[in-house]
Design a binder for this molecule. Structure first.
Ligand SMILES: Cc1cc2nc3c(=O)[nH]c(=O)nc-3n(C[C@H](O)[C@H](O)[C@H](O)COP(=O)(O)OP(=O)(O)OC[C@H]3O[C@@H](n4cnc5c(N)ncnc54)[C@H](O)[C@@H]3O)c2cc1C
Length: 360
């Protein structure tokens, strides 16, 4: 950034009715939550904005009751419990957290300050870290006559609570992580779980092995739902008919149909912000997590670079890189590497103690 731009960013300004943050994080998924914590650790004035009504991103919206096995410090943890811990950690430095607010526009003003146009007005920031995952979550729908009318009446695209399926006949469609996870998770509690899938499994090998060893009625490859049975006084789903590669149809009772055939990844408004995009992700420099827009970084599932892994732990590491570079962007005198959290907290506690002593 030029000295002239820096001078303008540093200059006091009047933004009517609002405030300038050092770092704005778009997305309160696990990456955004960790970025908020780390930004707080670095003393940045931080706001987090998320379109959903709860933090946690995909973990809250898609698989709150699925176990996660590959995050640091937890041999096995429910996604919703992990999110709750992330939330406590994220709030330590008291960031402003704005939920149910979607960011629609990003504009870098001539002086370098960034304006974010959201569904609730304008927000202002010196830097931005985009932790937006795949953008808005829009599930792919099954094209079966009458299915749409039964959404919420036995047909689910966002199944959340395991207990909702106790003692019920559940049919699951799909062969990715979500479908296979739900099949394995519900098997011990549902009356019967039937899995229907068109091609090969794309889920994690270990979960597929668990599935194969379970009592789940697995129908693949080449199986698909052809019709549904609704009706009765409650107008809820009653059953499904599916057929296999031999064309033979089979009708089974179903209280619930979980359709888990993936999500349509759509960055929505972010496509118009001027990023270089690659398969619905934002291309970044992986040494800094900078996008092509000065002062704007990306981390987590939304960020693209060679040999990228879309995992919670990877997102957390990327968040640290993004925050450290954002801090040196708005404060060039700051150190890029602040050291360990123990050192930072010790220094902060000493500074607070001497400030308190000076006041006495
Ligand atoms: C079924 C399933 C199982 C998985 N299991 C594991 C696992 O065991 N271990 C693992 O490491 N990973 C797992 N993953 C992957 C993991 O969930 C992701 O890597 C992780 O959620 C990425 O976090 P994130 O914060 O980058 O994005 P997300 O969790 O996708 O969060 C992005 C957030 O950004 C918000 N957002 C998007 N656009 C805007 C906007 N314009 N304005 C405001 N808010 C916006 C969204 O509302 C969302 O809350 C799994 C994924 C799935 C689907």
């Amino acid at each position: 950034m030029s000295d002239a731009t820096r001078a303008v960013i540093d200059a006091p300004r009047a933004i009517p009715g609002d405030d300038i943050y050092d770092i704005t994080i778009i997305g309160a998924g696990p990456t955004g939550q960790f970025a908020a914590f780390y930004a707080g650790l670095r003393g940045a004035r931080t706001q987090v904005i998320d379109a959903l009504e709860e933090p946690g991103g995909a973990l809250t919206a898609i698989y709150p009751e699925k176990y996660i096995y590959d995050v640091i410090g937890f041999p096995r943890v429910l996604a919703k419990d992990f999110v709750a811990h992330c939330d406590i950690q994220a709030r330590q430095a008291d960031p402003t957290i704005r939920l149910k607010e979607q960011v629609l526009e990003l504009e870098v003003l001539p002086d370098g300050l960034i304006r974010l146009g959201t569904t609730k007005g304008d927000r202002w920031s010196r830097t931005v870290i985009v932790c937006a995952g795949v953008g808005a979550f829009e599930p792919k729908r099954l094209d079966v006559p009458g299915l749409r009318e039964l959404e919420g009446k036995g047909v689910h695209y966002f199944a959340k609570h395991v207990e909702d399926f106790r003692d019920r006949h559940v049919v699951i469609v799909g062969g990715g992580d979500s479908a296979v996870d739900w099949a394995v998770t519900l098997e011990p509690i549902a009356a019967q779980v039937t899995l229907i899938h068109r091609s090969k499994f794309r889920a994690h090998e270990a979960t597929v092995r668990q599935l194969e060893a379970s009592t789940v009625d697995v129908n693949y490859p080449g199986y698909e739902i052809v019709s549904i049975l609704d009706g009765g006084e409650d107008g809820r789903l009653k059953g499904v008919t599916f057929k296999g590669p031999d064309g033979e149809e089979r009708a089974i009772p179903a209280d619930d149909l979980i359709v888990a055939i993936g999500f349509i990844a759509d960055l929505g408004p972010m496509k118009r912000w001027g990023f270089t995009l690659q398969r619905n992700q934002i291309v970044v420099d992986k040494t800094t997590m900078e996008t092509g827009i000065p002062g704007v970084y990306a981390a987590g599932d939304v960020a693209a670079y060679p040999a990228k892994f879309k995992l919670i732990v990877t997102g957390a590491a990327e968040a640290v890189t993004a925050v450290n570079h954002a801090v040196t962007y708005y404060d060039p005198k700051a150190r890029l590497d602040p050291g360990h959290s123990t050192n930072i907290m010790e220094k902060r506690e000493k500074a607070e103690t001497s400030a308190a002593a000076a006041e006495d």
